[in-house]
Every structure is written in structure tokens, then in C-alpha cells.
Design a protein around this ligand. Sequence first.
Ligand code: ASP
Ligand code: MG
Length: 440
Amino acid sequence: MKVMKFGGTSVGRPERMHHIAGLVTKEKEPAIVVLSALSGTTNALVEIGELIAKGDRTGARQAIEKLEAHYQAFIAELVKKPEATAKAKAVVAEHFEFLHIILRISFSEALSKDILAQGELLSTKLFCVYLEEQGISHLLLPALEFMTIDHYDEPQIGSIKVKLNQWLKKHKGTSLFITQGYICRNARGEVDNLKRGGSDYSASLIAAAIQASVCEIWTDIDGMHNNDPRVVKKTVPVEQMSFDEAAELAYFGAKILHPASIWPAQQYNIPVKLLNTMQPEAKGTTITEEAGSVGVKAVAAKDDITAIRIKSSRMLLAYGFLRKIFEVFEKYRTPIDMITTSEVAVSLTIDNTTHLKEILKELEPFGTVEIDENQTIISVVGNQIARTEDMVKKLFGSIMNIPVRMVSYGGSPHNISLLVPATCKTQILQQLNRGMFGLE
Ligand code: ASP
Ligand code: MG
């Protein structure tokens, strides 16, 4: 059995939904199909939630009506037969009625999660209505009945496994299951989610839980590319990479895959394939335990980084200094991405600045603290890159004009990270494309 996950753009237009119905029925292997919300929907739901939270009910009502009109137009193209049209209308009515009811009750955090869940509930139900119209037999698997997270918002893989396999056992004859990505239930039993972009994570968790033959992530690009196609002109897909490489790339900026979605597949050794809905015959990227080849494979950029430098003569020959500094970040649950040290100073980067003020205040007693905002991490990722001939020469040779603020090398054999001012991002990605990959 395999898992096929389709992202927002792959289901975002009626003809795309028709197209993916073809893709999921093309092969004989039974599949669990995981869908995102139609593109734009989750953003709209976030906005609706924010308007309600602010008490702007008129604004929220208008936003709900606008979204509903979008769905009315969508279903008019999605299905044609009267019976299917009536069913699709009932689905839309049900979920928008719910949103209108929410307008009337007092706002809470839990309610905002309920609002966000409507996107995936709508996309899966509408897809099922279309499949039914086409006479394609299938079953809707409600994610809220098996996808759960604990008190720390971590997925409960053990229980997901048990519940999901019970479902599959009960429906042995079925070979096509449709389920929602992103949504889940939390430890309090409330509707919750796996954070933005979390449908990939759902797919990987499901693939791990059922020991799938493969976890296919279908998007609008033919795999993980060697560089950011939005920034440089010529990029090429990477055919094969390891889980470790994919994790570094996903974390350090490659938007195609949610970073957390690597570990379940890696832990249960399920190959992950990144494929293009619009170009199903393209090879895409295969991610397995094997790296495929030695060498640099890709660069990625992570924006909105803040660098913090703590300088202190007390650090000289001292021990325990780093621990005290790290404890401050731990206290404010703020992850550190990059770190470099000298004998009298330490520099580190964070991307979550929610508690920056408090962190800076607590760091003050340790020495002089300086911050640089608007930085970008450029990550060069590959397999055993240190062993690649001329790698350092090619890397630094191609970016001599860039004011690099930090370099992190040796943390893993798969990654070199550079911190540069955000204003240099385009230039450095272009120069690396030429210098390291010989591409313009
Ligand atoms: N619909 C959710 C989002 O837009 C989850 C996903 O698409 O992966 O973030
Ligand atoms: Mg996504």
C-alpha cells in the first residue's frame, strides 16, 4: 500500500482535482490519498480567525462570504451530474454554516483551530463527491479519528498506527482511501493541526504507521531542486538524496517539503518521492537512507534570521559558559539554528523572535550583547561534502564579494551554513549556482 499526498495547488482548481483522480486510480497498488486544503483556503481561514479574534465580525462575515463564493464556483466546475451537484452543495453548505455559527459564539484558541480544519475537510469531501460521480470506489478516512498529538504537540505514532490499522482491517476490500492532511486531535481531544504546511507531515506519519511501500508527495514542481527556482534562472532537480540531506534542505529553506515530515519516513525506512502533479512522468526526487552520490547537491536559503553575539572576557578559559547561555534560550523555548564560537565570544542565530526582548535582557549579565536582524542562512547541502574535491575553494571562491557574518562547518558531514545579510541573498544564490553547479 502506498501514500499519495497532494498539496494545495494540486487540488486548487476543479480540473486539477479531475486530473489527480486519474493519478490515484492509474496504478493497481492500494493507496491512502492525503489532501491539503485548496490553495489559498488556509490563508483565508487564518484571516477569518484573526478577524473574529479582533472582534471584527463584519469583516469576518465578508471574508467567509468571499470564500464561500469561491467554493460555489469551484463545485460548479467540479461536478456536473445533478445528484453529485446536490451533494457538493450540501458539503459546502455544511462547512460554511459552521463558520457562520462560529461568528456568533465567543472566540477561543480551540475555536480558531476548528476554523482552520475546515479547509482539509472541504477538499477531501468534495474530492470524494467527484470520485463518486465518476463511479470510482473509495472510502473517506476521517483524520480526526486517528491522527493525534500529545501534550507537547508531538504526534502519537504508536496510537496512530493502532487506529489506522484497525480502520484498514475493517475495510479490507477497499483499495482507495482519502484522508485529510494537517488536521488532528490534541491531548484534550480538541480539533488541532500539525502547523502550517503540515499535510506532508500527516502523509509521512501515515506512511510510517502502515509501513507503506512509498510516500509520494505530489506538488507543482518536479522534485527538490539544486537551488531556489524563484531566485535563480536555471535549476535542476536532484534525483536522489538521503533523509539526512533532505532534512537539512527542508529545514534550511527548501519550501517543497515540511521539515518535520522527514523523521517518520526515516525512522520507519519508507522511501519518499517528490513528484510533480502537472508532469507525472518526470523522475522527481527520491529520498531514501542512501545518498546516491558524494558531493554537493543543493543550496537553500532560510530568511528572517536574527544573529546574536555575546562577547565576554569571562568566557576566556571558562567552562559552563555556553550552558548558561543555552539555558536562556531553553527557558524561552527558542531553538538555535547556527552557532559559532571564538575564545571570547559566541554568535548564534534564531528565527523565532517572539521572546527576543526577554532573551536579550537575560543575556546581558554575561557580557556585551549585539544583534543583527534581517539575516539569511545559506545552506550548502550534500553527501560527505568535505571530501568533495575543491569544494571549499569553489564555495568561497564564488562568494568573495559577500560579507559573510558566520560560517558553520563540520556540524554534520552534509552541510555548510553561511550567515549573510538578507540583502545579499539573491546575489549569493546566483553566484553559488554558477560557482558550485556551473549553472547560470
Ligand atoms: N492547508 C495547510 C496549510 O496551508 C496544510 C498544508 O497545506 O500542508 O498550511
Ligand atoms: Mg506544502
